[in-house]
Design a protein around this ligand. Structure first.
Ligand code: ADP
Ligand code: MG
Length: 236
């Protein structure tokens, strides 16, 4: 048997083994994911490109414990999200996974500093980052007291990325982070994701439509009709 989770240093941050996900009910069933295999090692920025409706967000939902695979296995740091209890999945989500959304998803009333404190309010975090230090790291130390409406799109994404890193997650899931940004800001935001991944050993999975940011990424996959294939480095 090979299904026993390993706790060795070689454990990937995320591993999808033959994951399929059927959505909908009865005759309206859609195969959102079709036998997907993916391993993401610590410190790597992995991009997933593909047309709208191809299953990219579904992959992030399974990786983030929001949807259980219909078949196959989804492991985060060796924990099987398909068989873990609701409580265990919630704990993995809270402490080991960070999320970055399309337009930052910031809370309108909170300053940048307080956005970063938010992930620490849902339960104990063993070794949180320091909000001021992290905001400096993403180039936002001069705007810690600004609220989202006082920030540009690129700045909101920087705060969103910093917020996702507060708990020192092993896995960062990023859905279309540059969709609302111009070219220059898109380059900066993805360069920042690459830098944070490499610097802190975070495994990052980024879904994107944007071909121009792929040179920042360590590995590129393409999703078509729920099937995932490696684009670069070339599959062996
Ligand atoms: P992408 O992020 O690449 O645009 P999604 O993962 O959102 O693609 O969607 C993959 C497929 O699953 C699409 O055909 C979409 O219409 C379908 N889908 C997504 N969510 C649901 C749902 N809750 N119920 C039924 N079908 C869904
Ligand atoms: Mg999507």
């Amino acid at each position: 048997m090979t299904a026993v989770p390993s706790t060795s240093a070689a454990t990937p941050a995320l591993e999808l083994r033959d994951v399929s996900l059927l959505l909908g009910d009865g005759d309206e069933t859609v195969t959102a994911l079709d036998s997907v295999n993916l391993r993401v090692e610590p410190g790597k920025l992995v991009a997933i490109v593909g047309p709208s409706g191809s299953g990219k967000s579904s992959l992030l939902a399974v990786a983030g414990g929001l949807a259980k695979p219909t078949s196959g296995t989804a492991l985060v740091g060796g924990t099987d999200l398909g068989t873990a209890s609701k409580r265990e999945v919630a704990e993995v989500r809270r402490t080991r996974i960070g999320y970055v959304f399309q337009s930052g998803n910031l809370v309108p009333a909170l300053t940048a500093r307080d956005q970063l404190r938010l992930p620490l309010t849902f339960g104990r975090v063993a070794d949180p980052r320091d909000p001021a230090e992290l905001l400096a790291e993403v180039g936002m130390s001069h705007k810690v007291d600004r609220r989202p409406h006082q920030l540009s799109g690129g700045e909101r994404q920087r705060v969103g990325i910093a917020r996702a890193l507060m708990t020192r997650p092993a896995l960062l899931l990023v859905d279309e982070p540059t969709a609302a940004l111009d070219r220059q800001r898109s380059q900066e935001v993805v360069a920042l994701l690459a830098d944070e991944s490499h610097r802190h050993g975070v495994a990052t999975v980024m879904v994107t439509h944007d071909q121009e940011v792929l040179h920042h990424c360590d590995e590129v996959y393409e999703m078509i009709d729920g099937r995932l294939a490696a684009v670069s480095p070339s599959p062996v």
